[in-house]
Design a protein around this ligand. Sequence first.
Ligand code: CP
Ligand code: NVA
Length: 309
Amino acid sequence: MKHFINLKDISSRDLKQIIIDAKRRKKLRKKLSTLEVDKGAPLKGKLLIQMFEKSSLRTRLSFYLAIKQLGGGTLTLRSNELHLGQGGESIADTAKILSTYGDGFMLRTDNDKKVESFKKYLSIPVINGLSPSSHPTQVLSDVFTVEEIKKKPISKLNICWIGDSNNVLDSLIAASVKFSFKLSIGCPRKFEPGTKVRNWVIKNKKKIFIYNDPKKAALGADVIFSDKVISLNDKVNKKKKIAQFKKFKINKKLMGHAKKDCIFLHCLPRGNEVTDDIFLGKKSHVWQQALNRVHVQKSILLYCFGKLR
Ligand code: CP
Ligand code: NVA
């Protein structure tokens, strides 16, 4: 049984296999409609239980379509509607029931420890659908999107992140080690990645490049990523933090420091970290990026169910 919790805990080989499988499956689906099942229905009869403690549009829909297209089904729970959410039932007992009724569990939570507790008590695979320290399904899908658009292995590209040091960036940093790509980060000094993730990079004998000047981070980039300055349930003075990111807004001028054919990606939802002309412009591939999550979730599910070929 394989879990999908943090990219840093999954081997490069497995992550690359997931991407290869997703590429193949996407190609094979070209003529199929939304709910038609992939040939062979590899997850026929399987139930994925999804639980959201925070809002979600893309992750929820992409897992719904992913399991359906593989021949299985899904059920979505909100923790506040369970006994667990009211504190009346333990994670251990909840996990036991989930393992008895379902075949896989996808969790979006505000608490990294909760993901680990579920892992401890579940006897079915758990997928992290976003936690404070990680958004692994998003970032693996983003690697897929970059390679699809650039038609090159990501290891040959300069990847840039301009924005907050959040869960998506932590997973992107893990991906930069696993896929060996150059990652330049532009953010205010106060919002640089934490020592835990930086030490992990050093321990893996890799390097990330951090600049407090967004122009320097964008210089020569093939891809610029961004995300909201204020993440879900970010407990900060929002006005103050947004003001601190003022010069890190992605606009035409900043994109001008990157390569001419640089693309813009963003996991969505967006805030005011990017101008409309960039977000909706020719360099932006955010809608393709969002839809690709379906294809990559499918291969993540197959990996977890031990069915990745
Ligand atoms: N990008 C992403 O995870 O979107 P949702 O929060 O809508 O799932
Ligand atoms: N960093 C964002 C990602 C949303 C998909 C958040 O945690 O809210």
